[in-house]
Design a protein around this ligand. Structure first.
Ligand SMILES: NC(=O)c1ccc[n+]([C@@H]2O[C@H](COP(=O)([O-])OP(=O)(O)OC[C@H]3O[C@@H](n4cnc5c(N)ncnc54)[C@H](OP(=O)(O)O)[C@@H]3O)[C@@H](O)[C@H]2O)c1
Length: 210
């Protein structure tokens, strides 16, 4: 690895450039740099559309958006890229799965999924807290929850033709304890609340241009 003295030196030495400044400073930082027409830009900058990036980086105009997640450092998860591009897919494909999407609307909608991680862990924490209240050793409870949810995480790969609702039904034996929790959470509008939150994140990502 080499570290260049500044960003312009990187641009002058590379044909493919990854943009990874935070969205708040992109309008300040990018127009100060001298891009070349043939630069291929891979923008990781959340929320800024490709057209807006190319407006800041003229005359460079080839922009691919990518949304890598921190877990790809462990070769897990997936990176969405838009539009499909063999070179960018190969670059991120060396780290984890790549999902190529044709249009920004699809890219923006998929981006919303990444807003749900914290709630997922809060869900697990609720189960863990309940176990602790019932005298279960903290480490054993954590180990048990992590093992079960890791196995559940691989269920879609093991049943590639089953959609998530089918998996929910498979696990909700009629009259059983899974069916009861699912029914009670549904009655409390937990899933509607999640859906409404996703709408809010989507509005935040797309702004006025869905
Ligand atoms: N973190 C995530 O999970 C994630 C996921 C998807 C997309 N993204 C997007 O990826 C981008 C980077 O996110 P991050 O979490 O890696 O943020 P970060 O740690 O704050 O990194 C920002 C980068 O911008 C550089 N920078 C800051 N001020 C600059 C300036 N005035 N001129 C030039 N470069 C400057 C920083 O360089 P120094 O280190 O030298 O200060 C750093 O390399 C953001 O656009 C974010 O929306 C992040």
């Amino acid at each position: 690895m080499r570290i260049a003295p500044d960003n312009q030196a990187v641009l002058d030495a590379c044909d493919t450039v990854m943009l990874a400044v935070r969205p708040q400073i992109a309008h300040d930082v990018l127009p100060r740099l001298r891009f070349r027409r043939e630069h291929h830009l891979i923008s990781l900058i959340a929320t800024l559309p490709r057209e807006e990036i190319s407006g800041l980086t003229a005359p460079a105009h080839k922009v691919t958006k990518a949304l890598p997640m921190p877990m790809i450092a462990h070769k897990l998860g997936a990176t969405i890229i838009c539009p499909p591009d063999a070179a960018v897919a190969a670059l991120f494909g060396g780290l984890a799965k790549v999902i190529e999407v044709e249009n920004s609307a699809e890219f923006n909608a998929l981006s919303v999924v990444t807003a749900t991680y914290a709630s997922y862990f809060r869900y697990l924490d609720t189960i863990h807290g309940w176990l602790k209240q019932h005298g279960v050793d903290e480490g054993k409870g954590r180990d048990y929850i992590a093992s079960l949810f890791s196995a559940l995480g691989s269920a879609p790969d093991m049943s590639p033709d089953a959609d998530f609702m089918h998996l929910a039904q498979d696990y909700a034996t009629r009259g059983g304890i899974n069916e009861q929790v699912l029914r009670e959470l549904t009655a409390q509008n937990v899933f509607e609340a999640l859906s409404e939150s996703l709408d809010g994140i989507h509005r935040r990502i797309v702004g006025d241009t869905p």
